[in-house]
Design a protein around this ligand. Structure first.
Ligand code: NAP
Length: 514
C-alpha cells in the first residue's frame, strides 16, 4: 500500500505540532517535518518536542515520522553547513524518527556517520531532485542503482515534468525498482505521478493539509487524494481514465467520474491530464491501463484525427469529446456525447414548456434554432438540431467560421450584429456555445436582452456560473431556460456509460453538482 505523507511546512514548532495532529485526523500515514521551514530552529531544543509530541504511531494505522532537513540546492530553505544538518538528523534518528531523508549528494558521509547506530525500525531515504527535467529511463535507472549502492533503504527521485509524457518514464522505473521507491514528477504536468502511485507501487505520495502548504510544486491536498481520487482504492489492476485538456485544472470531471465509479464499484480512477500534444500523449499512454479519456478545449478536433475509429455522429460533427480504448485490440474509438447531452436537455425543456412529455418526435422539428458560436460545442449543437429537424442558423464572431459551419449543415449564417435584429418568427430557440459570460466575465452576454423576446427557449453551454447573464435576462424576458450544467451532467453520463457499459448514477451526479 502506498503511504500518504503530509509535509509540515509551518514556521513554528507549535504550528507543526498542531498540523501533525490535523494530518492524522485527515487520514495521513506519515508527516514530513521540514526542519528547514522552521524560522528559528534549534535541534536540541525543538526536536524532542517535535518528535515526542507527535501523535502516537500506535494510534494510527501506519503513522510514523519522516524528517527532512534539505539544503537550498535540493529545494530546501536551509543554507548552513552539513555538520549542523547531519547532527540534527542524527538526533532525530536517536529520538525515534522512523525515517530520515538525506540527499544523494551528501549521502555517503551521512551513511558513514550513522553506521552501526541505526535502530532496527529506522529507514534511510536517499533522495535526488531535478527541478528542470525528467531524465531518460536509462539515466533514471542508473540513478536508482547509485542511490541503492550508497546504502538507501528507500530510493527517492523527484524530477520535473516538461510534458505529461515524462511521467511514463518514472512509472516504468518504479515498477522495475527492486527496493522501495518514491518516484514523483513535479509540476502540474506531473500530477498523475502523485495520484497513481498506488497503481505503480510507489512507496509514498505527498498530500498537503491545504492548498498553499505545498513543499514541492504540484502536490495535491490530502483531502483530494482521499476523497476525490479515492487513492486507498487504487491498485495494480485499477484502470485509468481522465480528462485531456489545456487548461484542465478547473474541470469538475474528476469529482463526478470518481464518485460515479466508486458508487457502482467500478475499479477505475479519473484524473486530470494536462496535455500539450494529443498524439504524443496517446502514443506514450498506449497500455491497456489507460482505458479511456474525455477531451476538452483545445483537443476535440485533434481527437477526431487521432482515433482509429470514429462514431459516425462524432465524424459528422467534426469533434470527439470521448475516447474509449477497445479492450479486445487496444484501438481508440471516438465519440461525441456533447451532442446528445445538449439536445436532450433542450428537448426536455421544450416538452416541459408544452406539457407534452409523451409526445412523439422531437419538439425541435420545424423550429428555428439559432446557435451562437462555431467551435466544438457549436458544431455539436448545430448537428443535433439539424438531425432533429430544426431550421438551423449559425451566428459567430468570425463570420467565415459561421459560413463554413452553415454550409456544412445546410444552415443560414449571421454575424453577431445581424443576430440583434433577427426575428423571422416568434418562439425561436437560442443556444449560446461561446464562452461569453463564463467566470470571471459574468456580466457579459452574447446578445442583448431586447433581442431575447423572440425566443421561447434559451440554452447556455456556459455552466460557471450556473445562471449566466444570458439565462437571467432570458428568464426575465419570459423564455424557458436550460443551463449548461444540464448539458454537462448529461454528456458526463454518456461518457460514463461508454467507459463502463453500466447505467450512469444520475441522482448521484446531480447531487454532486447541485
Ligand atoms: P471552441 O471550440 O474554442 O469555440 C469557441 C467559440 O466561441 C468560437 O465560435 C469562438 O468564436 C467563440 N468565442 C470565444 N470567445 C468569444 C468572444 N469573446 N466573443 C465572441 N465569440 C467568442 O470552444 P468549445 O469547445 O466550443 O466551447 C465553447 C463553450 O462551451 C465553453 O465555454 C465551454 O466551457 C462550453 N462547453 C460546455 C459544455 C457543457 O457540458 N456544458 C460542453 C462543451 C463546451 P470565433 O470562431 O470567432 O473564435
Amino acid at each position: 500500500m502506498t503511504l500518504l505523507c503530509v509535509p509540515l511546512v509551518s514556521k513554528t514548532v507549535e504550528q507543526m505540532v498542531a498540523d501533525a495532529v490535523a494530518a492524522k485526523a485527515r487520514g495521513a500515514d506519515i508527516v514530513e517535518i521540514r526542519l528547514d521551514h522552521l524560522s528559528d530552529f534549534d535541534a536540541v531544543r525543538d526536536l524532542p518536542l517535535l518528535l515526542r509530541s507527535r501523535p502516537l504511531p500506535a494510534l494510527v494505522t501506519y503513522r510514523s515520522f519522516l524528517v527532512t532537513y534539505r539544503p537550498k540546492w535540493e529545494g530546501g530553505e536551509y543554507e548552513g553547513d552539513d555538520k549542523v544538518r547531519f547532527d540534527a538528523l542524527c538526533l532525530a534518528m536517536e529520538l525515534g524518527a522512523e525515517y530520515v531523508d538525506i540527499e544523494l549528494k551528501v549521502a555517503e558521509n551521512f551513511v558513514k556517520l550513522i553506521s552501526g547506530k541505526k535502530p532496527e525500525s529506522f529507514k534511510l531515504i536517499v533522495s535526488s531532485h531535478n527541478y528542470q527535467t525528467t531524465p531518460s529511463s536509462e539515466e533514471l535507472s542508473g540513478l536508482v542503482a547509485t542511490i541503492q549502492a550508497v546504502g538507501a533503504d528507500i530510493v527517492k527521485i523527484a524530477t520535473t515534468a516538461v510534458d505529461i509524457v515524462d511521467v511514463t518514464r518514472m512509472f516504468q522505473v518504479i515498477v522495475h525498482c527492486q527496493v522501495p521507491m518514491i518516484g514523483l514528477v513535479m509540476g502540474e504536468r506531473g500530477l498523475i505521478s502523485r495520484l497513481l502511485c498506488s497503481k505503480f507501487g510507489g512507496y509514498l505520495t505527498f498530500g498537503t493539509l491545504d492548498s498553499g502548504k505545498e513543499s514541492a510544486p504540484g502536490q495535491p491536498t490530502i483531502s483530494d487524494l482521499l476523497n476525490v481520487y479515492n487513492i486507498r482504492q487504487i491498485g495494480e489492476d485499477t484502470k485509468v481514465y481522465g480528462i485531456i485538456g489545456k487548461p484542465v485544472g478547473h474541470s469538475k470531471g474528476p469529482i463526478l467520474h470518481n464518485a460515479a465509479f466508486k458508487s457502482v464499484g467500478f475499479n477505475a480512477v479519473y484524473v486530470p491530464l494536462l496535455v500539450d500534444d494529443l498524439e504524443n500523449f496517446l502514443n506514450a499512454y498506449s497500455s491497456p491501463d489507460f482505458a479511456g479519456f474525455s477531451c476538452t478545449i483545445p483537443h476535440k478536433e485533434a481527437a477526431l484525427r487521432c482515433c482509429d475509429e470514429v462514431d459516425p455522429i462524432a465524424k459528422a460533427i467534426g469533434a470527439v469529446n470521448t475516447i474509449v480504448k477497445r479492450a479486445s485490440d487496444g484501438k481508440l474509438i471516438g465519440y461525441n456525447t456533447d451532442y446528445v447531452g445538449a439536445i436532450s436537455a433542450i428537448e426536455d425543456g421544450l416538452r416541459g414548456l408544452r406539457g407534452g412529455k409523451d409526445e412523439i418526435g422531437s419538439p425541435l422539428a420545424g423550429k428555428i434554432f439559432v446557435v451562437i458560436g462555431a467551435g466544438g460545442a457549436g458544431k455539436a449543437l448545430a448537428y443535433g438540431a439539424k438531425a432533429k429537424g430544426a431550421k438551423v442558423v449559425i451566428a459567430n464572431r468570425t463570420f467565415e467560421r459561421a459560413k463554413e459551419l452553415a454550409n456544412l449543415m445546410g444552415a443560414q449564417a449571421l454575424t453577431l450584429a445581424e443576430l440583434e435584429n433577427f426575428h423571422p418568427e416568434n418562439g425561436m430557440i437560442l443556444a449560446n456555445t461561446t464562452s461569453i459570460g463564463m467566470q470571471p466575465n459574468v456580466n457579459q452576454t452574447p446578445v442583448s436582452k431586447q433581442a431575447l423576446r423572440w425566443y421561447s427557449l434559451v440554452f447556455d453551454a456556459v455552466y460557471t456560473p450556473k445562471v449566466t447573464t444570458l439565462l437571467r435576462e432570458a428568464q426575465e424576458s419570459g423564455a424557458t431556460v436550460v443551463s449548461g450544467l444540464e448539458m454537462f451532467i448529461r454528456q458526463a453520463m454518456g461518457q460514463f456509460e461508454l467507459f463502463t457499459n453500466l447505467p450512469a448514477p444520475e441522482k448521484l451526479l446531480r447531487d454532486i453538482l447541485a
